[in-house]
Design a protein around this ligand. Structure first.
Ligand code: RB5
Length: 142
């Protein structure tokens, strides 16, 4: 399973910490590579396009709140980015929504919770069935 991770300056520190924690996964770091101020849509769109093209199976996006970068990612066709603040929403994002990008806020969740959220997201499968019909309706909106 190939996973890409990216952040703006608001998520930079959490990205660095997650890279150290998520060692059982194949993680590719798409930046940013310092705490200098950058624009979250650039990083959200760049990663999202590479997930949409199937270069990566899943993405993890981090900004200060997780809001801006998830909004940007969701503009890319084929992307379902879910902003999660706990393990329950991460589990449901995969089981019910077949989310392909996890977004979190570096100023919202600490590294312990973020690690649990990411592990839950990456280890949970889509349930399909009635949920596939609903996800198909989301795709039809694109
Ligand atoms: C940057 O200050 C901040 O606005 C950004 O990281 C994010 O929280 C936007 O949604």
């Amino acid at each position: 399973m190939k996973i890409a991770i990216a952040a703006d300056h608001g998520g930079f520190e959490l990205k660095e910490q997650l890279r150290e924690r998520l060692t059982t996964f194949s993680l590719t770091d798409l930046g940013t590579h310092s705490a200098d101020s950058v624009d979250y849509p650039d990083f959200g769109a760049s990663l999202a396009k590479r997930v949409a093209s199937k270069e990566f199976d899943f993405g993890i996006l981090l900004c200060g709140t997780g809001i801006g970068i998830s909004i940007a990612a969701n503009k890319v066709k084929g992307i379902r980015a879910a902003l999660c603040h706990n393990t329950y929403t991460a589990e449901m994002a995969r089981k019910h929504n077949d989310a392909n990008i996890l977004a979190m806020g570096g100023r919202v969740v600490d590294i312990e919770l973020a690690t649990q959220i990411a592990q839950t997201f990456l280890n949970t499968a889509f349930e399909g069935g009635r949920h596939a019909r609903r996800v198909d309706k989301i795709t039809a909106l694109e």
